[in-house]
Design a protein around this ligand. Structure first.
Ligand code: G16
Length: 542
């Protein structure tokens, strides 16, 4: 039976950088999930009888919310929902299913790299028919609906067995439980030369892939071990767990430290990679070389033709504004377009749809291409394997040669997590107020050339997104960027990004923190980080 239930709005359902992310107890409030899902549907037109894709990263509360979304989708007139078995679909896999089966859109349940569990994070995100995160005009409409909602429609007593493949009916709507890995694995086979990768593993090349007890476990097992013949044991922590084994499923030098240490040890594997909660982020480590996400995008762009799916070349490259300009130099050399967007994968969608770019990347461990409309962790790992296989060189050699050819962009990000929101806002406000007076001033021996608050003019639809981060540019091309994260769930996270370009190969071997020491000090002088937040040092350095 379908019921209409009276409800009252919540005032905090504004989607952030990537969907609505809150602590689990917030989502567990009566009607909280129902209101938000109904608000998504209220913001959309024309989905009656159409298909919705549904899945998540398997975190705590995933299964319950899957049933609620099914019940609300049925009551609102969807014709079909394709749901990943066990409620599992990695974010890039969900994007692929939406595109491949021409669905109307999809709902992805994930809080990405944030921890999971009864007191940790949960998230709901809507992706549009191009398979990408809903653009701002839709997320704004969802928020507006959530503030005015009076009722939701729901089918009673929905309890679909999501572990069993096949199709069942719910109030006239079909629910097809699909294999979450199959379509994605096929897509990867269409882009990369699996024979060459099999030969690489056969030759004795050893890698470790850490799924951090999150969604890429089954994908990594199937693709790396089953299809590519990597030895058993290549995949680590491959059982998705509702609490990610108590860890933080964020592939970086802090949370994937064990993997990093193993690869760096003499007896360890040649290559290490990790992915996050929902499978869209990646970390790449070679022996003696951690590859920054900004460099990763640049190296993939420069070597793209080595993978069959990109053999004809790439049309352009896009990166988020805080990401280093390493990829810009490759684009310049290739004579292709290069775009700088605000943080958030949703900003790449228009550029990809319009064919202006093939590759996109972000400093936040995200790399992807036009094969889907999300960043894609395992895809990036396979691309690196493809480059290593084709060039017959180590990751370290590939990166060092890249720097020698294009110069090195020294890069680091400092995160100040869980700062009181008022203090973080005051810092940004004060900084914004002095932008006009900064040019021409000297800080720690560096001369400020330009300072602004980044705004983006989408070249495809003409939309404008303002206040996307404060940039302080110095003479010589170095810069510091300040912005507040849009994905945290408690307090505010201040992110400070430092970058310095060095053309001289003789100066490419300096420790990153040392190479950026003056910029790091200048950032504090300019923004008063310590005095505003009380934090003498960041919580995470990547
Ligand atoms: C999301 C977005 C990314 C963004 C990242 C960090 O990633 O999709 O585009 O770069 O958040 O955003 P912020 O700096 O605002 O925290 P994910 O992997 O969390 O979905």
């Amino acid at each position: 039976m379908i019921r209409t239930v009276a409800t009252k709005p919540f005032d905090d359902q504004k989607p952030g950088t990537s969907g609505l992310r809150k602590k689990v107890p917030v989502f567990q409030q009566p009607h909280y999930v129902e209101n938000f899902v109904q608000s998504i549907f209220d913001a959309l037109d024309g989905f009656k009888g159409k298909t919705l894709v549904l899945g998540g990263d398997g975190r705590f509360y995933n299964r319950e919310v899957i049933q609620t979304v099914l019940a609300i989708a049925a009551a609102n007139g969807f014709g079909k929902v394709m749901v990943g078995q066990g409620g599992i679909l990695s974010t890039p896999a969900a994007s692929n299913v939406i595109r491949k089966y021409k669905a109307f859109g999809g709902i992805i349940l994930s809080a990405s790299h944030n921890p999971g569990g009864p007191h940790e994070d949960f998230g709901i995100k809507y992706n549009a028919e191009n398979g990408g995160p809903a653009p701002e005009k839709i997320t704004d409409a969802i928020f507006a609906k959530s503030k005015a909602i009076k009722e939701f429609r729901i089918a009673d007593g929905v309890e679909v067995d999501i572990d069993k493949l096949g199709t069942v009916k719910v109030e006239g709507m079909s629910v097809e439980v699909i294999d979450p890995v199959k379509d994605y694995a096929e897509l990867m086979e269409s882009l990369f030369d699996f024979d060459a990768l099999r030969a690489l593993f056969k030759s004795g090349f050893r890698m470790a892939f850490d799924s951090m007890h999150a969604v890429t476990g089954p994908y990594g097992k199937e693709i790396l071990e089953n299809r590519l013949g990597a030895p058993k044991g290549t995949c680590r922590n491959y059982h998705p767990l509702p609490d990610f084994g108590g860890h933080h499923p964020d592939p970086n030098l802090v949370h994937a430290k064990k993997l990093y240490d193993d690869v760096m040890s003499a007896a360890g594997p040649d290559f290490g990679a990790a992915s996050d909660g929902d499978g869209d982020r990646n970390m790449i480590v070679g022996k003696g070389m951690f590859v920054t996400p900004s460099d990763s995008l640049a190296v993939i762009a420069a070597n793209a033709k080595l993978a069959p799916g990109y053999a004809k070349g790439i049309s352009g490259v896009a990166r988020s504004m805080p990401t280093s300009a390493a990829a810009d130099r490759v684009a310049e050399k290739l004579g292709i377009g290069c775009y700088e967007t605000p943080t958030g994968w949703k900003f790449f969608g228009n550029l990809l749809d319009a064919g202006k770019v093939t590759l996109c990347g972000e400093e936040s461990f995200g790399t992807g291409s036009s094969h889907v409309r999300e960043k894609d962790g395992l895809w990036a790992v396979l691309f690196w394997l493809a480059i290593v296989a084709a060039r017959g060189e180590s990751v370290k050699d590939i990166v060092t040669k890249h720097w020698a050819a294009y110069g090195r962009n020294y890069y680091s990000r400092y995160d100040y997590e869980e700062v009181e929101s008022e203090k973080a806002s005051a810092l940004m406000k004060d900084l914004g107020a002095k932008l006009g007076s900064l040019p021409g001033t000297k800080v720690r021996g560096l001369t400020v050339e330009k300072a602004d608050d980044f705004s983006y003019h989408d070249p495809v639809d003409g939309s404008v997104s303002e206040h996307q981060g404060i940039r302080v540019m110095f003479a010589g091309g170095s810069r510091v960027v300040f912005r507040l994260s849009g994905t945290g769930t408690s307090g505010a996270t201040l992110r400070v990004y430092m970058e310095r370009y060095e053309a001289d190969p003789a100066k490419h071997g300096i420790d990153t923190q040392e190479a950026l020491a003056d910029l790091i000090a200048a950032a504090d002088d300019i923004a008063g980080i310590h005095s505003h937040t009380g934090r003498p040092k960041p919580s995470v350095i990547t």
